[in-house]
Design a protein around this ligand. Structure first.
Ligand code: ZN
Length: 149
């Protein structure tokens, strides 16, 4: 088989390019494994949040109270409770809402879902930052200056 001049040069360029794409760089391979693991974990977290069940805005919280009677045990520090409550953070302000007895079970259940969502969301955000840092490393690892330093 015969190649004309320009075609041969294209072949050589292709071979060089193909070799570069094969990630000979050992650091890139190591980073790639970490990225793959992080991505898998992130996917697991994401799908665990898509249950579609309702949540209540607030974190499960238990409170102990004083009733105000002077001779009560609570006046000496042995406060009443625990009472189920929600710790609600809205626009940077935190407030506590006591849950009515009859609502305790369903509301606490939904608040626990909300807490799980919040905790998992912050894990996902942490992974996002790690992935971003690793991709920056890949860029640094594989980028050269032209025409050179
Ligand atoms: Zn009391």
């Amino acid at each position: 088989m015969r190649f004309s001049g320009p075609a041969c040069i294209s072949c050589i360029y292709f071979i060089i390019l193909y070799k570069d794409m094969g990630s000979d760089n050992i650091n890139v391979k190591i980073i790639g494994k970490t990225l793959s693991d992080l991505n898998q974990l992130r996917t697991k977290y994401i799908f665990s949040l898509l249950h579609g069940k309702s949540m209540i805005h607030g974190l499960p919280h238990l409170i102990y109270r004083k009733c105000g009677k002077k001779n009560c045990k609570c006046a000496k520090g042995n406060r009443h409770g625990p009472y189920a409550a929600l710790s609600i953070n809205k626009n940077g302000k935190q407030r506590i809402a006591i849950i009515r007895n009859a609502d305790t079970y369903p509301i606490m259940k939904e608040a626990k879902r909300y807490r799980y969502f919040q905790e998992t969301l912050s894990k996902i955000r942490k992974i996002n930052r790690e992935i971003d840092t690793l991709l920056e490393k890949v860029k640094v690892e594989t980028t050269n200056e032209y025409p050179g330093p």
